[in-house]
Design a protein around this ligand. Structure first.
Ligand SMILES: [Cu+2]
Length: 319
């Protein structure tokens, strides 16, 4: 992980013995229908950017025409309520629950919290015993008053299991970006090029001094409800800010330059999965990734309090 990416999410030690359930145990379900989804027509759009004021080394460019088949997409990220339904129905135990730890943003821990291991190049991340989706800041915390917030502390594998159960799948990176843009062409944000048009906050990111003080000027410190703020032109909420969203693709900073341009599904395995959209912890001073063309990644076994997901379904799929 590069220093500039370290704010976006901590990664598990790759030498840690995997507690990941074998793929054969991924639950299937009857599908949850198309409630809360919108059908997008697909077609050609301009993916990526040639601007250089972001992070070109992440592979934000080049701007290129990509063509997509129509697909359904969730208007919001999967909420704690949604994930509870899945966990109750399947008994799914997440990777964080199996391994007993996940990454929590240090400022959200109580002052008297027992000492925790900091991430070397990102000391604002703490590996906390007992942190998981039901306990976002560790064992003393609860999601009882956050059922409409995004489910977090889920690894890519947990997200894929949920999607499979719901009769859905994770979006390809191209699907995610097309959807996040909301029909606009080469704009930075889902609503246009101004981060705060007419001074109005349109997403949940960090204001103030990172990593010590988020003033919450956008209305939220920590996560926001999945349907906070107005939706984009496609009716999608919080495609930027709030939580990073897992995509189906493996991450590579250059592969797409010469990759397929019709329904691209990303490179062969690179060991890291794409995350898009930025989170409530991003701030222009160190992580200007709350843009629709910004990219990040993490290992498929990693989880943190600022990573969630939404699902899609191909338009030609029956359920
Ligand atoms: Cu970030």
């Amino acid at each position: 992980m590069t220093g500039s990416a370290a704010c976006c999410g901590a990664a598990r030690d790759p030498d840690q013995p995997s507690a990941v359930a074998p793929d054969a145990t991924i639950p299937t379900g009857p599908g949850v229908g198309s409630a809360g989804m919108v059908l997008l027509p697909g077609g050609a759009f301009i993916m990526g950017t040639d601007r250089t004021d972001g992070y070109p080394a992440d592979g934000e460019g080049p701007a290129r025409e990509v063509t997509l088949s129509p697909f359904w997409i969730d208007t919001t990220t999967v909420s704690n309520e949604n994930f509870s339904t899945f966990a109750d129905a399947t008994g799914w135990v997440t990777v964080a629950e199996r391994l007993g730890t996940s990454f929590v943003f240090a400022a959200y821990l109580p002052a008297n919290f027992p000492p925790t291991r900091a991430v070397s190049d990102a000391p604002w991340w703490r590996e906390v015993q007992g942190a998981d989706w039901r306990h976002p800041e560790g064992p003393q915390s609860t999601i009882a008053d956050r059922m409409d917030h995004p489910a977090v502390h889920l690894t890519w594998r947990d997200a894929r299991a949920y999607a499979n159960w719901a009769g859905k799948r994770l979006p390809t990176e191209a699907e995610w970006e097309y959807a996040a843009r909301g029909g606009l062409v080469q704009q930075r944000y889902p609503w246009g090029d101004q981060r705060e048009p007419a001074g109005e906050h349109r997403m949940n990111v960090w204001q103030g001094t990172f990593p010590t003080r988020d003033t919450g000027a956008d209305g939220y410190v920590g996560t926001a409800p999945v349907d906070a703020y107005p939706p984009n032109g496609y009716g999608l909420y919080n495609t930027t800010g709030n939580v990073w969203e897992w995509c189906a693709d493996w991450f590579d900073p250059v592969w797409h330059r010469d990759g397929p341009r019709v329904d691209p599904t990303g490179p062969p395995s690179t060991g890291r999965k794409v995350m898009r959209g930025g989170s409530h912890l991003c701030h222009a001073s160190y992580c200007y990734r709350y843009r629709v063309d910004a990219r990040s990644s993490n290992t498929p076994d990693s989880s943190a309090g600022n990573i969630g997901f939404r699902c899609v379904r191909s338009a030609d799929t029956a359920n």
